[in-house]
Design a binder for this molecule. Structure first.
Ligand code: AMP
Length: 209
């Protein structure tokens, strides 16, 4: 099954994707994770990408599309994939249509106030990537991941100015994709406010699993 997870930052796309890939046995392809790994690996373009991401802006369409096209050409996507964070613009969606055919697009529906609350409290393990929350789900020892002992940190783009910019970017550049995919008849709306368990149950029902 070829799926896209669409929704504002902080809607819980990545958290649900971790469960969904186990159920569907397809790879989780997160462009945000790929960019963060590229930055950590100190590739030549890493500095430019890091500055863009840190400010809350988007990486340019051309570079992002090339990266996803190459990733989807790998054999592990034969049975499908979950694309998390791509497409984020109409040109990216148009390009994707030329090299793959989606089954469904899952739209994570969530109010701005909830997104703000989640993102300002989000803390991420640098080692295993687990998402903690300063108020709702803090690690038992501040700054240390309970799962793997890794360092728990605040993403540069989870700082207040960057959060507001990312929400603006989402509204202007990404939210139009909701109408784009609804018009194609492949959009599924999911209420992203309840617990991960409830969202996962709703997701499985919606994709027939
Ligand atoms: P995420 O982890 O999905 O929130 O992505 C983190 C950041 O990576 C975003 O704020 C963008 O700067 C960049 N990014 C991720 N996916 C894309 C995309 N499809 N197009 C452009 N930039 C992206």
């Amino acid at each position: 099954m070829k799926l896209v997870f669409l929704g504002p930052p902080g809607a819980g796309k990545g958290t649900l994707a971790v469960r969904a890939v186990e159920a569907l046995k397809v790879p989780h392809i997160s462009t945000g994770n790929i960019f963060r790994e590229a930055i950590a690996a100190r590739i030549p373009l890493g500095k430019r990408i890091a500055a863009l991401i840190g400010s809350g802006g988007l990486v340019d369409d051309e570079a992002t599309i090339t990266l996803v096209r190459e990733r989807l050409a790998k054999s592990d996507t034969a049975a499908g994939y979950i694309l998390d964070g791509f497409p984020r613009t109409i040109p990216q969606a148009d390009a994707l249509e030329k090299f793959s055919t989606l089954d469904k697009v899952v739209n994570f529906d969530i109010p701005d106030a909830t997104v703000l609350e989640r993102l300002t409290g989000r803390r991420v393990c640098r080692n295993c990537g687990f998402n903690w929350h300063a108020t709702f789900n803090p690690p038992s020892k501040a700054g240390v991941c309970d799962k793997c002992g890794g360092e728990v940190f605040i993403r540069e783009d989870d700082k207040p100015e960057a959060i507001l910019k990312r929400l603006d970017v989402y509204r202007i550049q990404t939210a139009p994709l909701i109408g784009y995919y609804r018009a194609k008849g492949i959009l599924i709306d999911i209420d992203a406010r309840p617990s991960v368990e409830e969202i996962f149950a709703e997701f499985k029902k919606a994709v027939g699993k």
